[in-house]
Write a protein that binds this ligand. Sequence first.
Ligand SMILES: Cc1cc2nc3c(=O)[nH]c(=O)nc-3n(C[C@H](O)[C@H](O)[C@H](O)COP(=O)(O)OP(=O)(O)OC[C@H]3O[C@@H](n4cnc5c(N)ncnc54)[C@H](O)[C@@H]3O)c2cc1C
Ligand SMILES: *[C@@H]1O[C@H](CO)[C@@H](O)[C@H](O)[C@H]1NC(C)=O
Ligand SMILES: *[C@@H]1O[C@H](CO)[C@@H](O)[C@H](O)[C@H]1NC(C)=O
Ligand SMILES: *[C@@H]1O[C@H](CO)[C@@H](O)[C@H](O)[C@H]1NC(C)=O
Ligand SMILES: *[C@@H]1O[C@H](CO)[C@@H](O)[C@H](O)[C@H]1NC(C)=O
Ligand SMILES: *[C@@H]1O[C@H](CO)[C@@H](O)[C@H](O)[C@H]1NC(C)=O
Ligand SMILES: *[C@@H]1O[C@H](CO)[C@@H](O)[C@H](O)[C@H]1NC(C)=O
Ligand SMILES: *[C@@H]1O[C@H](CO)[C@@H](O)[C@H](O)[C@H]1NC(C)=O
Length: 656
Amino acid sequence: MTPLLSSVILAAALMSSQSQSRTLFDYEGIQLTREYVASLSSEDAELFGFGDEAFTGLAVNTTTPRCRCAPGDGKWPSDKAWNKLSTKLSTTNALIRTIPQSSVCYGDTKNDAKCKDLTTNWSNSYSHMDDPTEILSPIYQGLTCVPPTIYDTVNCTLGGYPSYVIKASTVLDLQLGINFARNDGVRLVVKNTGHDFAGKSTGYGSLSLWTHGLKDILFIDNYADEPSYTGPAIKAGAGVQAFELYKAANDHGMVVVAGEGQTVGVMGGYIQGGGHSPLSPIYGMAADNVLGFEIITAIGDFITVNSATNPDLFWALRGGGGGTFGVVTSVTVKAYKDMPITTASWTLDSTKIGGKERLYAAVKVFIDNSSKYADDGATYSYWLLLPSADGKSVSFVMQPFFAPNKTATQTTALLSTLQTKLTSLNIPFSPKITEYKGFYAAWQAQFPLEPQSAVNTAFGSRLVPRSNFASETGRNVTFSVFKDAVEAGQPIIGFTVAPTLARGGNADNAVNPAWRTAVIHAITHRAWTIPASPSTILATRAALTNGIMKKWRDVTPGSGSYLNEADRTEPNWQQSFWGDKYAKLLAIKNDWDPKTLFWVNQGVGSEGWVVESVDGLPNENGRLCLVNKTTTMTTTTTVVAAGAEEDGTERILRAF
Ligand SMILES: Cc1cc2nc3c(=O)[nH]c(=O)nc-3n(C[C@H](O)[C@H](O)[C@H](O)COP(=O)(O)OP(=O)(O)OC[C@H]3O[C@@H](n4cnc5c(N)ncnc54)[C@H](O)[C@@H]3O)c2cc1C
Ligand SMILES: *[C@@H]1O[C@H](CO)[C@@H](O)[C@H](O)[C@H]1NC(C)=O
Ligand SMILES: *[C@@H]1O[C@H](CO)[C@@H](O)[C@H](O)[C@H]1NC(C)=O
Ligand SMILES: *[C@@H]1O[C@H](CO)[C@@H](O)[C@H](O)[C@H]1NC(C)=O
Ligand SMILES: *[C@@H]1O[C@H](CO)[C@@H](O)[C@H](O)[C@H]1NC(C)=O
Ligand SMILES: *[C@@H]1O[C@H](CO)[C@@H](O)[C@H](O)[C@H]1NC(C)=O
Ligand SMILES: *[C@@H]1O[C@H](CO)[C@@H](O)[C@H](O)[C@H]1NC(C)=O
Ligand SMILES: *[C@@H]1O[C@H](CO)[C@@H](O)[C@H](O)[C@H]1NC(C)=O
């Protein structure tokens, strides 16, 4: 304790004198300046001026009082204004008017060959992520333009897609977009890859800032964040995806903490929301490994955020969630020496091992030992528990059991009690064990390419603490609620991992404290049959949220859910996503964005606003409006429990 404490005190002492060098990418050097704004005509200055300029208040005041303005409103920016925005951007055609990808299946733009291609490739995440407006959870767009054989759509309308997108290639582009949206009362959204589970990277009537093209990567041999870290680091642009980052690190014989998913945008929602990784058993959450950010604030300023500069934002951006505090343009993270990896994969199928009860017994042995694999074993396992469509059979797929810095011999030893137990149950168990020299080859070979989300399912997730596995009763109760999900036709996607404080990284940040006690992150989803009426969909969603998910919550009191892979209608989400860190996050949000320019569903400080969707379903197909006062009161008293949070909610309303 003593050396740690003294280093904390030392860090505090150094805070004021320290000035880390600010290395900017070329695209970060191209900025909007106050001098430039001062040179504009007053009409243009109103469109593009920074948020601290006197005229901004006037512009905001001219918008529709209760909602962000929308296409067709008198207050919606004129074509002339949009055109001015377009011509000020750093490249031509960077302002894109939304054309839904599936418009090739409808109306005047119908092209049968292209529609057929899109339909064939629909479930492949690669066929959506390079599109300016497509998201991977199309349900939350409102499903207003989907190939007709995928969903029973009869037409193609914009729905919850943004109206316009800025394809950003410089900081200037993003600053212009932020200032334009704020000054004109237009809803602003940020999209990177569109992987968010809950549709937080889209919105009706919005201007979307698309960061996908910011792909620069810089390897830094010796980054100094004294006294806490000196060593190798990688600075990566906001658009860099896992497959690109891992490759760049590997080219230097290094690894970084990023996700298992190939196409996830590492420096956008992933890392800002926490980020679990196959390397988390050794180095913690991705957010624990951040050294600094470059971001653009709600005012439009481009600033550095690290342990010495704007430390409040540094704390909040590491776990507080994407789309909430500003637009991140690059992130610098620690890099580590590569290490050997061993993986094991296996499938158990009830039809081959003598029925469902035997399958459950076998899976229970594995799950009962979660703490052993996650804590003592320091492994990351990614598994599926899948009921068949008719409910008659169940399979368990391990894809894979990932053991960083372990040999095949060590991994086999770790699985030996499972082997012994299954053998004694007369269940054949022969995992495929593969040893790799380094991380990159193991990651490439072992993790699946995950598909586009289905158009008829809702997700929920829960972090299960290690205390659940400390007693036989706890193990039984935990397994029984997992089994209830599977018996209700809901698959489980499980991650057995413990990104604990002890194992590395700087964990004084906004990451959900429930991650620190967790040994399983379990996701499930519930489907409805299409076509379905809104009331059927709402009933199915309720059966998920208040049915199976309530059982999961009840057996994990005080724990939470991972905000990046969660239920869009998660109850008591402030506690669930951030626990006791919420009050501090809300205070930081109110300091940096008191007018809630950056709003995402269930984001920090989002309580004052709601999307009034046209079909009454939880999605982005409707205007973003201030919550009606009476509703706010209800929300404040029933959902927001702590006193500090009530105070924060009031502050939002007052600030507006
Ligand atoms: C196939 C798949 C695999 C996944 N694998 C993992 C995994 O291994 N580990 C894990 O922890 N999670 C995983 N996730 C969840 C993932 O963390 C979230 O989907 C995350 O939101 C993705 O971030 P993104 O920037 O790519 O997505 P987007 O949907 O583009 O953005 C997500 C959120 O972040 C905001 N945002 C994006 N960029 C910025 C920016 N530059 N500045 C500010 N805000 C921004 C958006 O507004 C939005 O609110 C996976 C998801 C999918 C669909
Ligand atoms: C907004 O408009 C109202 C009424 O027109 C006016 O009283 C108020 O001063 C305006 N606020 C700002 C910040 O300009
Ligand atoms: C889409 O499908 C077609 C075949 O129908 C194929 O040629 C093409 O490569 C696919 N595109 C993607 C992005 O997968
Ligand atoms: C399809 O959408 C267009 C444009 O929004 C509208 O004019 C038309 O009436 C719609 N057609 C149907 C069949 O809904
Ligand atoms: C693993 O789980 C089984 C079944 O509950 C139990 O008998 C065994 O003791 C556990 N082993 C370890 C090492 O925790
Ligand atoms: C990996 O294992 C080796 C030897 O077992 C050990 O010396 C090293 O510290 C480990 N590395 C990490 C990052 O845990
Ligand atoms: C746990 O479940 C097993 C059956 O799987 C049962 O034999 C045992 O008695 C249960 N233990 C407790 C404490 O409930
Ligand atoms: C809020 O009130 C307005 C009228 O003031 C009404 O049009 C709107 O539908 C209400 N919104 C909700 C979500 O109740």
